[in-house]
Design a protein around this ligand. Structure first.
Ligand code: WTA
Length: 660
């Protein structure tokens, strides 16, 4: 039985600790239920109160929810605010101003700290630099940066002047960058010469140069380059400036631009079930509200906490729980440049000890790989460090299997820290289903219950509720402030993808789920569309297929499916028909390598198929449809139970059995 499947058999319950419950912001299940009831009874009043209490408004809103053009919901839409003012300026003149906002630990272990006051000055200077280059409210700025203070500063600076940012993860290729630059219509790119990961210096600016040399990127007028390392990079005269040049002579003060609550704070691309990534658009007011509220609720944030979310700013988790949430909540947070396995797999534990981290939030894939590492090397086991500062642990991005949950709880949390298994998506903006550390009895492998105000439910294909114990489609029945507003430039796709007619206006998450009979706890069973989750990263199978068939000199046809993997959750398995005879042995291995390198160039190294299998054809139904279920069985190495009598050429099944 694979680790993922064994989720099905875990029933132990871990009630929250008494001391934690007593001091918690949401203390005990009755407090949780009271909030749910309040949100349910009068959503307008509930959300209106939260928005007034949690955010600073330049112009107060008079209307909470505008449903006149469903599903294009608007929240607080006649109000105005600035996200950066809500993360920084609001703390000035309070005891938080001299509190450390960011403890930055570089790849090589060097530590830099900035206070809220200093961060505000840096963001303001950067914002002035952007303005001096003509960048203004409504412009789009693409950010392709390493995990650094500067990355957060760039995002906040955009928000400060009302420019919409679109952050692209530093692992994406030039081609992926080009597609996003074109789609979002970026006027500027913020990048670094290099990024440091695991002791290696990896180019970023060179990738930007390559992207900008491709057709369609003419909208980009400026490129700003952070000199992360002393190594030189090429700078195009007139277009490119170093950060030193950008910031030279700029003032430390920059008035934040008030924007409408619905003003797009950012567009973040994510994979969907077609070949083209979707630009998920979030609104300033609703998004920021939920970022702040979930910091307080899910992590029970206290003034003394040292919060650490290990996600990269290139993903939604790094947006909400690095760039915005912790700052809006006035927390001290750790930002880490490097990787969990450098210089060895004890890095996370060493950093928790070093910085006295109290809330640690990471992905199951990281936990599973660190479990493996500690099994072969005692010296990197968490027991070698003092982790007693920790009080809450979090998990995000993919289902956490009970074995990993129990290990995390025991060896990292000392059986003292609740593990909040937070379910959410790029589209939801912040947590939607998650335990509360001072309330919810925990069941490993279950994200437990929806947060107050989130009307999550499980329904069948006709939108009818299914009874607990039976699986179905995860939906959210009512709008909430931090929901996706649209897909950038493609409102029709937004409607079709998330509010399909047959679901009666419910938000379709794209995941399957089941509630347990006893508690009604949710357990996510995985995507119901063609989206894979590899190491907590969303990858569309169609996206990878398109990349493979774009290698026109070699590939005739390709189909991509996922299979369970003990470390990465799912692994990418590609079935490929070549335009030449079926390769064998070394030759097949060589072609497989070529294809992996090709996919890395087309999308990024994270999209490289782990398994590649060659066949003279793909298994198809009589009507010519690829039999994906059969491919999934083949990828898993399962016995074939499907009817294969319609296959034109049954021997391809034997060919497709061989992995390269
Ligand atoms: C999956 C990441 C199970 C799910 C925040 C979702 C999870 C997709 C969990 C979104 C969890 C995320 N348990 N599955 N706790 N959290 N997922 O947009 O399939 O990168 O739809 O957002 O990750 O991935 P995304």
């Amino acid at each position: 039985m694979s680790a993922i499947e064994s989720v099905l058999v875990e029933n132990r319950v871990f009630p929250p600790g008494e001391a934690l419950t007593k001091a918690a912001r949401i203390s005990g299940m009755s407090a949780y239920e009271a909030l749910c009831a309040e949100a349910d009874k009068n959503p307008d009043e509930f959300w209106g109160r939260q928005a007034r209490e949690n955010l600073l408004w330049s112009k107060p809103f008079t209307r909470v929810l505008d449903e006149s053009n469903k599903p294009f919901y608007k929240w607080f839409d006649d109000g105005q605010l600035n996200a950066s003012a809500n993360c920084l300026d609001r703390h000035i003149g309070t005891p938080v101003e001299n509190k450390t906002a960011i403890i930055f630990e570089a790849d090589d272990g060097a530590v830099t700290k900035v206070t809220y006051k200093e961060l505000l000055a840096r963001v303001s200077r950067f914002a002035n630099g952007l303005k001096a280059h003509g960048i203004q409210k409504g412009d789009r700025v693409l950010i392709y940066m390493p995990m650094t203070i500067e990355g957060v500063v760039a995002m906040q600076a955009c928000a400060r002047i009302g420019a919409t940012h679109s952050v692209v993860f530093g692992g994406f290729s030039a081609k992926a960058l080009q597609e996003r630059i074109i789609d979002v219509g970026a006027v500027a790119v913020v990048t670094a010469n290099y990024q440091m990961r695991g002791g290696k210096e990896l180019p970023l600016k060179a990738v930007v140069d390559e992207a900008l040399s491709m057709p369609g990127c003419e909208s980009v007028k400026s490129v700003f380059v952070y000199e992360r390392t002393p190594t030189a990079c090429t700078l195009a005269v007139g277009r490119d400036k170093t950060f030193t040049e950008l910031l030279q002579g700029q003032s430390d003060e920059c008035a934040p631009v008030a924007v409408d609550a619905e003003h797009p704070l950012f567009v973040l691309y994510t994979s969907g079930s077609t070949g083209k990534p979707k630009g998920v658009q979030h609104a300033t007011g609703g998004y920021l509200l939920w970022a702040k509220m979930t910091m307080d609720w899910t992590f029970d944030l206290k003034d003394s906490d040292i919060f650490w979310c290990t996600a990269d700013i290139g993903w939604i988790t790094g947006h909400t729980y690095v760039a915005y949430g912790p700052l809006a909540a006035g927390a001290t947070q750790i930002v880490f440049e490097g990787v969990p396995t450098y210089p060895d797999a004890g890095r996370f534990w060493q950093m928790i000890e070093r910085h006295k981290c109290t809330i640690f939030y990471t992905a199951p894939t990281a936990i599973r790989s660190l479990i493996k590492a500690s099994e072969t090397n005692e010296k990197v086991h968490p027991k070698n460090w003092d982790l007693t500062s920790l009080r809450i642990l979090g998990s995000v991005g993919e289902p956490i299997n009970p074995e990993a949950w129990i290990w995390y709880h025991k060896h990292v949390g000392g059986e003292r820290c609740p593990v909040v298994d937070t379910f959410w998506q790029t589209e939801t903006g912040g947590h939607v289903i998650t335990p509360l550390p001072g309330a919810t009895p925990l069941v490993p492998g279950s994200c437990t219950l929806p947060l107050p105000g989130i009307a999550a439910a499980i329904v069948d294909e006709a939108a009818n509720d299914v009874p607990n114990g039976s699986g179905g489609i995860l939906v959210i029945k009512k709008p909430w402030p931090s929901m996706i507003r649209t897909i950038w430039g493609d409102p029709e796709r937004f409607k079709k993808s998330y509010f399909p007619e047959e679901l009666k206006g419910y938000y379709l998450a794209g995941d399957g789920a089941v509630r347990d009979a006893e508690r009604g706890y949710f357990r996510i069973t995985g995507r119901i569309d063609d989206v894979l989750n590899v190491s907590g990263h969303r990858m569309g199978t169609m996206e990878i297929e398109s990349a493979l068939v774009a290698k026109t000199d070699l590939v005739a046809e390709a189909a991509v499916v996922g299979r369970p993997d003990d470390t990465t959750g799912e692994a990418i398995c590609a079935f490929v028909v070549l335009k030449r005879s079926l390769p064998q042995g070394d030759e097949a291995r060589e072609i497989a390598k070529q294809l992996r390198d090709w996919v890395a160039k087309e999308i990024g190294p994270i999209a490289k198929p782990k398994d590649i299998r060659f066949g003279e054809n793909l298994p198809k139904t009589r009507s010519g449809k690829i039999m994906r279920r059969l491919l999934r069985s083949l990828a898993k190495g399962e016995a074939i139970t499907q009817d294969t009598s319609t296959l034109e050429n049954p021997q391809i099944l034997t060919q497709l059995d061989q992995t390269y």
